[in-house]
Write a protein that binds this ligand. Structure first.
Ligand code: SF4
Length: 266
């Protein structure tokens, strides 16, 4: 049985052919690390380190969190990391991450959150029978004792922000909230929080039980669609620039053109 993830579903929605290359053919590719992913990872790691300290009763100073970020960046950075946007350098991204952490720290000080878990693994049983499972990781899970709400927190380091309307329809955290409801019997209200670090802005959304029920059904339908897919069409978009299967995709397309050519279709 396949256990799905939000990124697995998104890959299919982005491009069925990419899904095939990645999950069915399992084409070995040298996964190029992009600078956006690298920076995002380093910021997440620094915040993970920070909140783990808070769980044990320490509140590190901003300079300590930044030092953690810097050490980790210089330990792991290498020249192979791909910079797609040629107008920026790796230093620009390093500074961006630095800025994100500083602003986040200032905005959220003094950190009195009641933290339940960091990088929490979640398993969602979509059909209640264990036939359609989805797993994921929550950046941070809090419990607000005053409002009795569970809070899912997600840090975003991308250079774009979603609108409230988009967040009210966001699938990933809503799916994770299903997992929290299944794990914690007192989890009635779950606040979904996004921290858009590039904009120093926190936004939130809530889902009704009815909305979550619909989401479960829609997600099961999407999984069923993937499981009976046989055509695996390509879907070109700006995201192709970041696709690790560009070379394979080009070969498939030229093969298709050859077939058409032999049938004098072009
Ligand atoms: S390069 Fe684009 S069209 Fe080709 S597999 Fe990747 S995402 Fe799909």
């Amino acid at each position: 049985m396949v256990i799905y993830s939000h990124s697995r579903l998104s890959t299919y929605e982005q491009c069925p052919m990419k899904f095939k290359f990645k999950y069915l053919d399992k084409i070995p590719v040298e996964i190029e690390d992009t600078i956006e992913c690298f920076m995002g990872r380093k910021v997440h790691e620094a915040l993970e380190w920070f909140y783990k300290k808070i769980i044990i009763g320490e509140v590190p100073k901003l300079k300590d969190v930044l030092e953690q970020y810097e050490c980790s960046w210089f330990k792991d950075f290498n020249k192979e990391i791909k910079i797609v946007k040629k107008e920026f350098s790796s230093e620009d991204y390093f500074i961006k991450g630095h800025y994100f952490i500083s602003k986040y720290y200032e905005k959220n000080y003094p950190f009195e959150n009641n933290i339940l878990a960091i990088e929490k693994k979640i398993l969602v049983d979509l059909d209640g029978k264990g036939e359609y499972l989805l797993r994921g990781f929550i950046d941070r899970l809090d419990y607000n004792k005053e409002t009795k709400e569970y809070e899912i927190h997600d840090y975003k380091t991308g250079g774009w922000m979603k609108s409230q309307k988009e967040l009210d329809k966001d699938r990933q955290l809503a799916l994770y909230s299903l997992g929290i409801k299944q794990e914690f019997s007192d989890a009635e209200r779950i606040l979904l929080n996004w921290h858009f670090l590039a904009f120093n802005k926190k936004m939130f959304s809530l889902r009704t039980n009815e909305e979550l029920e619909k989401l479960k059904q829609k997600t099961i339908e999407l999984i069923k669609k993937i499981e009976i897919e046989t055509n695996w069409p390509t879907s070109k978009s700006a995201l192709c620039d970041w696709c690790e299967f560009q070379e394979h995709c080009g070969k498939v397309q030229s093969l298709n053109l050859d077939n058409l050519s032999s049938k004098e279709d072009i």
